[in-house]
Design a protein around this ligand. Sequence first.
Ligand SMILES: Cc1cc2nc3c(=O)[nH]c(=O)nc-3n(C[C@H](O)[C@H](O)[C@H](O)COP(=O)(O)OP(=O)(O)OC[C@H]3O[C@@H](n4cnc5c(N)ncnc54)[C@H](O)[C@@H]3O)c2cc1C
Length: 261
Amino acid sequence: MLKMAVMIKQVPDSQDITIDPVTKTLNRTQARNIVNPPDMNALEAALQLKDKYGGEITVITMGPPMADSALLECTSRGADKAVLVTDRVFAGADTWPTSFTLATTAEYLGGFDIIFCGEETTDSSTGHVGPGIAEFLGVEQATYIHSIDYQDPYFIVEREIEGAVETLKIGKPAVVTVVLNANNPRRPTLKRKIEAFRKGVTTITNKELKLRPECVGLKGSPTVVKDMKTMVDKPKDTVKIGPEEITKVVEVLYQRGIVKC
Ligand SMILES: Cc1cc2nc3c(=O)[nH]c(=O)nc-3n(C[C@H](O)[C@H](O)[C@H](O)COP(=O)(O)OP(=O)(O)OC[C@H]3O[C@@H](n4cnc5c(N)ncnc54)[C@H](O)[C@@H]3O)c2cc1C
C-alpha cells in the first residue's frame, strides 16, 4: 500500500486580486481563497496512483487556521486525511523554513513513500518548496512532471524538457512536483463532502514538532526584502498592418533567407 502525501497551499484567487491605487500594493483582502491550482493536479496524480495500486493520501498545508477549508476541498475530492500545520511561530516563513517545517511534519507523521507538490504557487511562485522538502529529507526528487506510474520500488515519471520528454525512474521515498494542467482534477462528490466534514482536519503545532523558534517562521527566514519598486506600465503604440504590408514583410523575410518557400 502506497503511503502518499500531497502538499497544498491556500492562495488568493489571482482573478480577484486588484492593485490598491494609493499604496500600489496587491489588495488581497477581497480575494477568494482557493487551493493553489497545480496542487490540484498534484492531488489528482496521487488519486490516480491510489486508484491503480491502492494506498492512503494525506493532504498537508502549513498556514493560518482558515486554511482548513483548502484541506477539506481536497478530502472532498478523495484524499483520506488532512493535516493543518499551524502555529504563530511558523508565521512569516520564506521558502527555507516552509520546506523545513513541512519536511519535519512528514517525518513526524511517520514518513511517506512519495510526496507530491505543485510546480509552484500563484502567489509567490518560487518553486522552491518541493525541492526544499526533498533536500531536507535527503530523498530523490523529480520536478515538473506531468505523469507518474509505480513499479515497486520505483516511480516512473515523465517530464517535458525543451523539445523532448524525459522519462525518469526514481526510488522510494521520493518527492515530485507536478505541472499545472498535467491532468483533469476530479470534482468533489456530495458523499465525499459529507465524509470530509465528518473526518475533519488534524492540527499540528510546534508543540508536536518541537522545532527551535529561530529555525522557523520569520526568524528562520534568510530572505530579506531590501526594496520594492512600483512598475509603471508604459502605453505601447499598436501598429495595425494590412495585407499589403504583410506581403512586404514576407518579401523581406524571403530575401534574408528566413522564409524559404
Ligand atoms: C521575496 C519574498 C518575500 C517573502 N516574504 C514573506 C513574508 O514576509 N511573509 C510571508 O508570510 N511570506 C513571505 N513570502 C512568501 C513565502 O516565502 C512563501 O509563501 C512560502 O515560503 C512558499 O513559497 P512559494 O509560495 O513560492 O511556494 P513554491 O515553492 O512556489 O510552492 C511549490 C509547491 O510547494 C507546496 N507548498 C508551498 N507552500 C506550502 C505551504 N505553506 N504548505 C504546504 N505546501 C506548500 C505546494 O505544493 C506548492 O505548489 C515571501 C516570498 C518571497 C519570494
